[in-house]
Each structure stands twice: as structure tokens, then as C-alpha cells.
Design a protein around this ligand. Structure first.
Ligand SMILES: NC(=O)c1ccc[n+]([C@@H]2O[C@H](COP(=O)([O-])OP(=O)(O)OC[C@H]3O[C@@H](n4cnc5c(N)ncnc54)[C@H](O)[C@@H]3O)[C@@H](O)[C@H]2O)c1
Ligand SMILES: [Fe+2]
Length: 381
């Protein structure tokens, strides 16, 4: 076996009412609570706010996080924390608020500037104590050393650094019971893509990331339809949240690749939600990857449809792609770029933008050139 490093991520508290534990998990002193207006309005922050009040801890709420947060939003959250003299940060929401919380905790603790830390392991300072509470079952951001920022209005840039791992993740499926079907579907497919891309990651895949990815894909593919169509099902919501978390641990160690690289320009230029962008490109990038990843796809196929065991390796690998197409359709997600406003004239721009995602493309099991990217966008149109 080749040698490898593995990071299991933050400590985990999993259970209903977990936000009540936050005062003991999130450092000391005043707290910056980063969320978004929708999550706050739904009352999902209430238990955390009550728990901090009962513990006598002041809370500064920053709820101005938009989907695909901008650098300005990260800087505004950081400023709010600085003004409040906070000693700890909590991120409560989907990937967008959690990513902003991670960066604010780092910028507040280290004194670094955001512009200086894009890329891999550029953030070398210390962050403030940090706890993360997901309210979508998708990004796995509560388990990863990654934060994604939209820069200059269209380009998605990543900060990847050990310093961005939280101290604690709190998983409470109750917080996800009201997630609307289309958000459940898109975020759930995002998590499935994390598991698939971690399993085929070209450089850093290892036996532990494989184990996490397999289990994640089994949980997510078994429960996503129920979570979408019967959102009140606690069993399905718990399985989705756990699956997304496991997929997060997997890709924190074995990074995502071509699907994400081609998805990001759709988010940046057309404001397509992150999970939906991934769903739109998923079958096409997997088709392209068959030449190098057939064996791994054949293994993964059994996580999503055990009946494929009756087929040969090629049939299983093809069956994986077909099963994924079926999940996307059953969950009511569109399967064509034209459905989200993309037209033929935009494809050259998208292909050249995708080439900026070298951080991700180097992990793809088969090379993707700009010509390949254009062909894949054409296939998805
Ligand atoms: N850090 C990472 O490792 C990582 C990985 C993948 C994606 N991302 C980033 O995460 C962001 C996407 O995060 P996301 O997909 O979780 O979406 P999101 O955080 O942008 O939230 C999407 C919408 O869902 C709503 N919402 C959230 N929880 C809800 C709930 N329980 N009930 C009802 N509505 C709810 C929000 O108010 C928002 O309107 C993107 O910026 C993406 O680039 C980060
Ligand atoms: Fe993702």
C-alpha cells in the first residue's frame, strides 16, 4: 500500500438539539454567528441563540451571506466580528454561511488579508475557535479545510488550508427537515459528486477516503428520493446529513475534480446553484472519464445499485452513469444547460473559465483540455 496522510476532520456531535451544546463547543467570549437571512427567518438559529444567551455569551449575528458568497461578504463578516471583539465563530447554514464563517474565523485569528490566502496551504496562521452546523445535506463544508469565494463577480476561488478545519461539527437532522425539494435534490447530488470524485481522485485517494466515499454514496443514493419527496422523513434526513458529512471527510483528503471544475463557471456566470451545476455536468464528465476510471466506477456502481453485480465491469460502470441520470431525473432536476439559461454562444467562455480550475483538474482521472471541456458543455447543452 502506498503511504498516505489522513485528516478525520473536526470533532463531531451528532443528535437532535445539538445546537444547545454550542456554548461549550465554541471557545469563549463573544461569538460571531454567521448565517443567512433565509436560515435565520426559518428560526434555525433560535436554539443556538438561546443557548448562548443562557450561558451569558454575547452573540453578534451576521446574516448577510448570499449563495456563492463574495469576497466582500467575507470581509464584511470579518469586520463585524472585529468590531464586536469576538473570541469565537459559529457557522450555521448551508455551505455558503459555513464557508464565510471559516474564513472569518481565520482572518480574525491570523490578521491575514483574504487576497493573500487563495490557493492551497497559503493560510498558515491561527484562526479563532470555530464550530460549524450544516442546515443543508450537501457541501460537507463542516468537515473540510475548504472555503469557496466568488471573486470579481464570476470566478470561484478556493482557500484550502488545514487552518480552515473547524474544532467541532454539529449534525442535527432536525435543522434540515424543512429544506425545500429542489434544494434537497441539488445539495444531495453535490454530496454524491463529492463521494464519486473522491473515490476516483487521481493523486490523493487512499483506503480511508475510499471507505468514507463508498459508505457516503450508499447512504445518499438510498435516501435522496425520500428526502426530496417526503422531506419530513427523519430517517432520510439523518442518512443524507451523515452521507454528506462522510463525503466531506472523503474529499477533504482526496480532492474533487473535473465535475466541480466544469460546474464552477456555471455558478460564477449564470448563478446556477452549486449542486445543480454539478448535476448538469456529472454524467458527461463521467462518460469522458470512463477510459481511466472504468474499474473504479464499476466498484462504485454496487453502492448505488447492488443488482448491477450481475453485470460485467463495463456494464456496471455504464450502470453507474445511468443510475445517476435516473436519480437526477427522479429528483426533478433539469438535465440540460439550456434549462438554466445557457446558450451555444456561451460555451467557449465556459470552457476557457473551466481551465482556470487547475487546482481541481489535476485530480481528474483523465485529462480535460479546453477542447474536451467545450465538447462536454456541448453535450450537456
Ligand atoms: N467548503 C466546501 O468544502 C464546499 C464544498 C462544496 C461547495 N461549497 C460551496 O458551498 C456553497 C453552496 O452551499 P449549499 O449548497 O449548502 O447552499 P447555500 O448555503 O448557498 O444555501 C442555499 C439556499 O438554501 C437555504 N437553506 C439552507 N438551509 C436551509 C434549510 N434547512 N431550510 C430551508 N432553506 C435552507 C439558504 O437560505 C439558501 O437560500 C457554494 O458557495 C459552494 O461553492 C463549499
Ligand atoms: Fe461540491
Amino acid at each position: 500500500m502506498a503511504s498516505f496522510d489522513f485528516n478525520y476532520g473536526p470533532r463531531l456531535h451528532c443528535g437532535a438539539g445539538g445546537c444547545g451544546r454550542l456554548p461549550t463547543l465554541a471557545g469563549e467570549g463573544a461569538v460571531l454567528l454567521v448565517t443567512d437571512a433565509g436560515v435565520r427567518k426559518l428560526g434555525l438559529c433560535d436554539m443556538a441563540l438561546q443557548a448562548f444567551a443562557a450561558a451569558g455569551r454575547e452573540v453578534i449575528v451576521f446574516d448577510a451571506v448570499e449563495a456563492d458568497p463574495s469576497a466582500d461578504t467575507v470581509n464584511a463578516a470579518t469586520e463585524a466580528g472585529r468590531e464586536g471583539g469576538v473570541g469565537a465563530v459559529v457557522g450555521l447554514g448551508g455551505g455558503s454561511p459555513m464557508d464565510v464563517a471559516k474564513l472569518a474565523a481565520y482572518l480574525l485569528g491570523s490578521g491575514d488579508q483574504l487576497d493573500a490566502i487563495y490557493g492551497v496551504e497559503m493560510a498558515k496562521g491561527r484562526r479563532l475557535p470555530l464550530a460549524l452546523v450544516p442546515t443543508t445535506a450537501g457541501t460537507g463544508s463542516e468537515a473540510t479545510p475548504v472555503a469557496i469565494v466568488t471573486v470579481g463577480g464570476a470566478e470561484k476561488k478556493g482557500v484550502v488550508a488545514q487552518a480552515l478545519y473547524g474544532d467541532w461539527a454539529v449534525l442535527d437532522a432536525e435543522l434540515t427537515l424543512g429544506l425545500p425539494p429542489h434544494v434537497t435534490a441539488a445539495t444531495g447530488v453535490d454530496a454524491m459528486v463529492h463521494a464519486i470524485e473522491a473515490y476516483t481522485s487521481a493523486r490523493l485517494k487512499n483506503p480511508l477516503s475510499d471507505a468514507m466515499a463508498e459508505r457516503a454514496l450508499r447512504l445518499l443514493s438510498t435516501h435522496i428520493r425520500t428526502a426530496v419527496h417526503d422531506g419530513g422523513s427523519r430517517d432520510a434526513r439523518e442518512a443524507m446529513l451523515l452521507g454528506a458529512h462522510l463525503a466531506g471527510i472523503a474529499f477533504a483528503n482526496a480532492p474533487v475534480a473535473g465535475v466541480h471544475a466544469l460546474a464552477y463557471p456555471l455558478g460564477g456566470h449564470f448563478h446556477v446553484p452549486h449542486g445543480l451545476s454539478n448535476a448538469l455536468m456529472l454524467p458527461h464528465v463521467l462518460d469522458h472519464n470512463m477510459a481511466g476510471a472504468l474499474e473504479l466506477y464499476a466498484d462504485l456502481a454496487l453502492m448505488i445499485d447492488p443488482s448491477l453485480a450481475a453485470q460485467g465491469r463495463q456494464g456496471r460502470a455504464r450502470g453507474l452513469i445511468e443510475s445517476l441520470r435516473q436519480v437526477i431525473a427522479d429528483c426533478g432536476l433539469p438535465d440540460r444547460l439550456s434549462a438554466v439559461g445557457v446558450e451555444a454562444e456561451h460555451l467557449n467562455l465556459l470552457a476557457s473559465e473551466a481551465m482556470k480550475q487547475q487546482r481541481l483538474l489535476i485530480n481528474n482521472p483523465v485529462a480535460i483540455t479546453q477542447d474536451d471541456a467545450l465538447r462536454l458543455y456541448q453535450a450537456a447543452l
